[in-house]
Design a protein around this ligand. Structure first.
Ligand SMILES: NC(=O)c1ccc[n+]([C@@H]2O[C@H](COP(=O)([O-])OP(=O)(O)OC[C@H]3O[C@@H](n4cnc5c(N)ncnc54)[C@H](OP(=O)(O)O)[C@@H]3O)[C@@H](O)[C@H]2O)c1
Length: 316
């Protein structure tokens, strides 16, 4: 088998984490690394990974993607920033596996953008998929898979509780740790505070189960202790004919008791499935992306959601 040639585009903690996994896996060859951060440019990728030199020098020029079969893309969460980057990669004729939250299921909220990417990818004969732990697994794909043994599903309730105490500073900042309540709400309105992707997960679940949602509500509240924000609770709800059929309940806060990933299926049968302790977001995302690469390569051209890939699984 020929090795899959990979360019890593975006060398933050996710990009670096995926590159470390791929370096250890036979069947992958890292052939390029792209990042705009001035302090990373011109350095050997191995320096950023904390390994021996790998002979790949970080460049700001995405055209290096032309040397690859697939680009792992991990830069931003919003489609407005990511669409031009993805279209440029598609024009290079490579498959794209991205961690952009809004790209995971853009068909509900950003249909025009989704169509542009889908058509460009089909024309170029390449596949674009965005996924990670959330969106991409814990609060959409996993609950969808858990409905397989059901004769009937009335409602899905998914809960993810993450203790961010031991997590990196940018994540703590993203959930508002240290802010006043007023600063928290200003940050939410400006888009600097809050998890991106929950409404996309609702839309993805609805499409998988054949439910037409009338509306998707997304509400973010601060978790406040002793007058300071220590995190957030974010809920997204999918209404079908005015009735709540999907509820995604995400809490990310300092010193959270009983972190967990929990799915409650209400139907025939009704049951609860859970991952005690919950999945570590960054570690799981890096593994999910690495595991998805061969599956994205095998998927038909176009913008494909994680639901359209062959079953997501360990592929190492
Ligand atoms: N779906 C999921 O479950 C999931 C899970 C984890 C993360 N994510 C998302 O994945 C993305 C990456 O995460 P991260 O934690 O690694 O982010 P990060 O630490 O901000 O790293 C992103 C890197 O990409 C660089 N970059 C930005 N724009 C670029 C461009 N146009 N071309 C090349 N490089 C560019 C940034 O440089 P500068 O610092 O100079 O801007 C930075 O080095 C984020 O949007 C994050 O929210 C999704």
């Amino acid at each position: 088998m020929k090795a899959i040639r990979v360019v890593q585009y975006g060398l933050g903690s996710i990009g670096v984490g995926v590159a470390r996994i791929l370096l250890d896996r036979p069947g992958f060859q890292l052939v390029g690394a792209v990042d705009v951060a001035p302090e990373k440019q011109g350095r050997d990728l191995g320096e950023l990974l904390g390994t021996d030199p790998v002979g790949v020098v970080v460049t700001p020029d995405p055209a290096v993607a032309q040397q690859a079969d697939v680009v792992v893309h991990a830069t931003h969460s919003r489609l407005v920033q990511v669409e031009p980057q993805v279209l440029q990669l598609v024009a290079c004729g490579v498959d794209v596996v991205s961690t952009c939250e809004e790209l995971s299921y853009p068909w509900f909220h950003h249909a025009a953008s989704a169509r542009r990417i889908h058509e460009a990818a089909q024309e170029a004969g390449v596949t674009v998929t965005a996924l990670g732990v959330n969106p991409g697994f814990a609060m959409d794909l996993l609950p969808v898979l858990l409905t397989a043994p059901c004769r009937h599903v009335r409602r899905l309730v998914v809960e993810r509780r993450v203790d961010v105490r031991a997590r990196r500073l940018p994540l703590q900042q993203k959930v508002g740790v240290g802010l006043t309540e007023e600063e928290f709400h200003t940050g939410v309105a400006a888009g600097t505070v809050g998890h991106v992707g929950l409404p996309e997960s609702v839309a993805m679940i609805a499409s998988a189960l054949g439910w037409t949602v009338d509306a998707i509500a997304d509400q973010v509240r601060p978790v406040v202790r002793a007058g300071r924000v220590e995190g957030l609770r974010q809920e997204a709800r999918g209404l079908v004919d005015g009735e709540e059929r999907i509820r995604l309940d995400l809490t990310m806060a300092l010193d959270l008791e009983d972190p967990v990933d929990r799915v409650r299926v209400e139907g025939d049968p009704s049951f609860v499935a859970e991952i005690p302790g919950g999945l570590h977001g960054d570690a799981a995302t890096c593994a999910i992306v690495a595991n998805a690469i061969p599956l994205v390569r095998a998927a038909p051209p176009g913008l494909r959601t994680v639901l359209e890939l062959p079953p997501l699984r360990y592929t190492g």
